[in-house]
Structure formats: structure tokens, C-alpha cells
Write a protein that binds this ligand. Structure first.
Ligand SMILES: Nc1nc2c(ncn2[C@@H]2O[C@H](COP(=O)(O)OP(=O)(O)OP(=O)(O)O)[C@@H](O)[C@H]2O)c(=O)[nH]1
Length: 523
């Protein structure tokens, strides 16, 4: 299909299409940008909130460990002189265990790794010689210690905070330890579990070997976590946040902070999907809220497009109907309020003016005899048609120069032409407004006199004849004319018949000696 065969679009549709396209592109662009900005904002805010949250909890955990170690240090300082006093030892472990919720159990172990006192006593491990790595760690260290997780003699998975006991001479007597049962209710749960979020958010704690020591899913405690960037970084002592894939393959927004005292790491995380869940709804909400303004804008564009294109549309419509008579006036009335429309209107009106002049000139030319300026046969026919249509009665004078051949023969054709032109001038001088003067043949003329009867027409014919006879033609001198007169009364007679009567009268005038006017009423 060629371009020219496509249906033509109008200017208003084009402006509308362009404006609507621009509005849609701008809207799409701003929604996309809003979505992107909100997306980044939500993720960054969540990452930062999780980092701050993890840092806060790491700080709280650190404060708890310090307080617990201070408590153990105090007890150790009391026990330096009491290691032989079994009841004092029992009182102290009971006090420590019951006075606060810091520990699940408290034990005192002598230098030979034998448990000498426990609280609660239900543990029934008193007298038991410890061989667990945690116990050995505490004995070997001989200094305050937070152990790695290990299995206690009572079968609990624990970590232990211990403090060495020395006598006044600085001799090592053993240690006092508070334990935290990792897989049961414990102080870490009290500190960390209270802050549990909704919508899939959770936090966990790893020790310095990346072993989970606190996790909302108790089954996971004791597991070592590999290939987790957040854990790698937090156990290296870094406080930060970034996305990480959890053990179930879910993308999480993780914030993490180290607990410096123990080398542990606290990780707080939220599923990325939960963070972004509201975003689509938010964007749809923005879309719905912006709709009234968008529709208002589109209506404004539609009105503007109509207003802008109206003058050009009216001019184009006018130009298409240029051949209609009244169109020039209606084009003049088009309000062309901007430069291009005003110029086009001017050009169209000017073009139409020139065209009309040309047409009327051509019309005149085709209806006028060039030599005399009188009507030619076509012009004559038009006048007769109008009379017939209007049923306008008229008188006919047909006239012919007498012996015109002689003028030509004597003075030449050019002088003959001048005589014809002079006669035409005389006829015009004698005519009333409304008479139609025609050159019907070489030296033959006709005059139509609307509304006149035969008598009046005869008078006029006579006056013209006398005028011509008394007028000296250039070079040719005096000439005479013969005239035949008839009348068309209306549809009772055909115009052709009336013309024939006039011809007949002229013929008779010639026959009767020329230079006369005759009436014939019937052929
Ligand atoms: N100069 C000139 N002569 C014309 C023109 N038209 C016709 N004639 C001449 O007019 C003459 C008419 O001659 P005829 O028809 O014989 O009639 P006449 O000589 O006028 O004689 P009657 O009409 O009988 O009085 C011819 O010689 C034509 O050549 C014209 O436009 N110019």
C-alpha cells in the first residue's frame, strides 16, 4: 500500500496523538523512575534498619556478657578462701543461679576438673570429673573465658562463661562457671527473642567459628554455616549490611554486627520479597491517584488541539469547496488567531479573488465580441435564456449596414472595421441601462429592449437610424442602416419566432430601398 492511498489524518488527530503519546511516555517514565527509586529506598532503608538493629542487639549481648562476667568475678573473689567449705560453695552457686536469669546453671569445678558444687542440684553431676573441651578450655586458660559450644556432662548443648578461682597466694583452685543452655530457654532468647519481627524477619547469632548459637528455629542451633557472606564478614569483626541468600535459598536483606567481647556475630534479616511486597500496590495507588490529573490533562490537550486546529481545518474545508459561491464569505469569517492560519487565510482569499476575476474575465471574453465590446452570439443566447426563464417580454431591433460591401471594397477592410466599431459606439450611446446590444454577425447587430412594446421600439430604431445617417464615419463618410423590429410578448410565442419576425422586417426594409425601420408582426 502506498502512502498516498492511506486515509489522510487531520491536524487535530496528529496533535492529539503526539500529545497523548508524550503524556503516556512521560507517565510511564515517571512511574518507572518512581518504582526504581522506591525499590532502592526500601532496600537501603531495610538494610540500614537491620544493621542498626543488629548493632543494638550486639551491644545488649555484649553488655549482658560483661555483667555476667562481673558477677562470676565477684563470686570467684569470694570463693578463693572458701574452696574447702562445701556449704559455702553451694550457697554461692545457688545465689548466683537464682539471683538473676543470666545462667541456666552455675557450677564450681576444682583444679582437677571435678565438679564440687552445682545449681540447680537436680543436675546430679556433683563429683563428676569433667572431660569436655569447654571445661578443659577453662582450666587451661586460667582466666575469664567464654567457651565455644559443647555438650555438658548432663547432655545439654551449652556455652559456659567461667572465671578462675585463686587463693590468697595466687594458687589456682579451679573455676566458677555460668552456663547457657543453647537449645532451651535461656538469657539469649530473652534478650534477642523479644525483638522478633513479623513477615519472615528474624535474627540469629553465630559464634566465632560460624556455629549457630541462637536461632528462632531451635533445630538449627549447633549447625555451622558455610558460604554466607554476612556470617563471613561479621565473624571477621565487620559491622555492615547487604543482601545474602539464606539456607533455604531465599534472598534476604541482612544487617550484622559483631559482639566484640565473645567474637560472636548478630545477624538481623528480612526477606527481600517481604520488603518489596507493598511496592507494586504503592505504585498502583500512585497510578490511580494520578489518574484524575492525567484525564484532566488529556481533556485539556483535546480542547487545545481542537482550538489550535480549528482555523486550519475550516480553511482546508473552505479550500475544498472553493467552487461554491458563498464560500469566500464563509472563509472571511474564519477566526484565524495565529500567524500561520492568518497567512493561509489571506493567501486563500487572495487566490480565490484572483481566480474569480479570471473566471469572470474569461466569462466576459467568451460572451463578448472582441472588436466592438458588444455581446457576441453566446452572450446573446444567455440574455435570451434569462428573458425566457424570467418570462420577460422584450422588443427586438435587428439592424444591418447598407451596402457595407462597398465600404470594404472602396476603403479597405480596416476602414470597414472602424465603421463597425463606430456604429457599435453609437448604439451604446443610444441604449438605456438594461438594454442588451449584440453583434450577431459581420455587419449585423441586434438590440433587445426589455419591457418595451413595438411602437416604442420603432421610435428608438428610427432615432438610431437617423443618428447613424447623420454621423460621418472616419474615412468612409456617411452610411445608412436598415432595421427590422419585432416583439416577444412571453411564452405565447417562441423567441425564435420573434427573432425570425425581426429578420423578416429587416429583409423587407432592405427590399424597400434600405435606410428605414420596419415592423413585421407575423412571418
Ligand atoms: N471590414 C469588415 N467587413 C465585414 C466584416 N464582416 C462582414 N464584412 C463584410 O460585409 C459585407 C456584407 O455584404 P453583403 O452581405 O453582401 O451586404 P451589403 O454589401 O451590406 O449589402 P446589403 O446588406 O444588401 O445592403 C461583405 O463584403 C463582408 O465581407 C467585418 O468584420 N469587417
Amino acid at each position: 500500500m502506498s502512502l498516498t492511498s492511506l486515509p489522510k489524518l487531520n491536524l487535530r488527530s496528529l496533535i492529539l496523538a503526539l500529545a497523548v503519546f508524550s503524556v503516556l511516555i512521560t507517565l510511564g517514565n515517571s512511574f518507572y523512575a518512581t518504582y526504581k527509586v522506591q525499590h532502592a529506598l526500601l532496600i537501603n532503608n531495610t538494610l540500614e534498619a537491620n544493621r542498626v538493629y543488629a548493632a543494638k542487639l550486639a551491644e545488649m549481648t555484649d553488655a549482658f556478657l560483661k555483667s555476667a562476667q562481673d558477677q562470676l568475678a565477684y563470686s570467684a573473689s569470694l570463693l578463693g578462701s572458701q574452696m574447702h567449705n562445701k556449704s559455702a560453695l553451694m550457697d554461692e552457686v545457688r545465689r548466683l543461679n537464682q539471683q538473676s536469669d543470666s545462667f541456666n546453671s552455675v557450677v564450681i569445678v576444682d583444679a582437677n576438673a571435678v565438679i564440687v558444687a552445682t545449681s540447680p542440684e537436680t543436675l546430679q553431676v556433683k563429683g563428676f570429673t569433667l572431660s569436655s573441651p569447654g571445661a578443659q578450655q577453662s582450666i587451661d586458660a586460667k582466666k575469664p573465658l567464654i567457651t565455644d559450644p559443647f555438650i555438658s556432662p548432663a547432655g545439654n548443648y551449652i556455652i559456659s562463661l567461667s572465671h578462675p578461682i585463686f587463693n590468697d597466694n595466687g594458687h589456682y583452685l579451679g573455676y566458677i562457671a555460668g552456663t547457657i543452655y543453647l537449645q532451651q530457654d535461656n538469657i539469649l532468647g530473652s534478650i534477642l527473642g523479644k525483638h522478633y519481627y513479623q513477615d519472615g524477619s528474624y535474627l540469629y547469632v553465630v559464634d566465632r567459628h560460624k556455629t549457630l548459637i541462637y536461632h528462632p528455629d531451635a533445630h538449627r542451633i549447633g549447625q555451622r554455616v558455610a558460604n554466607n557472606l554476612a556470617i563471613d564478614e561479621v565473624t571477621a569483626g565487620t559491622e555492615h549490611s547487604h543482601t545474602a541468600i539464606n539456607s533455604r535459598g531465599i534472598e534476604m536483606l541482612a544487617g550484622f554486627a559483631p559482639v566484640t567481647r565473645s567474637g560472636w556475630g548478630v545477624v538481623a534479616q528480612r526477606p527481600q520479597q517481604a520488603t518489596l511486597a507493598g511496592l507494586d500496590g504503592h505504585i498502583i495507588n500512585v497510578f490511580i491517584k494520578s489518574m484524575p490529573l492525567v484525564l484532566f490533562t488529556l481533556a485539556g490537550i483535546w480542547l487545545s488541539a481542537t482550538f489550535i486546529s480549528l482555523p486550519l481545518w475550516q480553511l482546508a474545508k473552505g479550500a475544498r469547496l472553493m467552487d461554491k459561491k458563498e464560500i469566500q464569505q464563509s472563509i472571511s469569517g474564519i477566526p484565524s488567531w495565529y500567524f500561520e492560519a492568518a497567512q493561509l487565510k489571506r493567501a486563500i482569499l487572495k487566490g480565490m479573488g484572483l481566480l474569480n476575476d479570471k473566471i469572470s474575465q474569461l466569462h466576459n471574453d467568451s460572451h463578448t465580441d472582441a472588436m466592438t465590446g458588444l455581446l457576441n452570439r453566446r452572450g446573446m443566447q444567455q440574455v435570451l435564456d434569462e428573458y425566457r426563464e424570467e418570462r420577460q417580454p422584450f422588443a427586438i431591433i435587428t439592424l444591418d449596414i447598407d451596402h457595407f460591401k462597398r465600404v470594404n471594397d472602396t476603403h479597405g477592410h480596416d476602414i470597414g472595421d472602424k465603421v463597425i466599431q463606430a456604429l457599435a459606439r453609437l448604439m451604446r450611446d443610444h441604449a438605456r441601462k438594461g438594454d442588451a446590444l449584440c453583434r450577431s454577425g459581420g455587419e449585423e447587430f441586434m438590440i433587445f429592449l426589455p419591457g418595451l412594446d413595438l411602437t416604442l421600439a420603432l421610435d428608438i430604431a428610427e432615432r438610431l437610424r437617423l443618428q447613424v445617417a447623420g454621423f460621418e464615419m472616419p474615412t468612409a463618410g456617411f452610411i445608412t442602416i436598415s432595421l427590422g423590429i419585432a416583439h416577444w410578448p412571453g411564452p405565447a410565442l417562441t423567441i425564435n419566432e420573434a427573432l425570425k419576425q425581426a429578420d423578416k422586417a429587416l429583409y423587407l426594409a432592405k427590399q424597400q430601398g434600405r435606410n428605414r425601420s420596419l415592423i413585421t408582426e407575423s412571418v
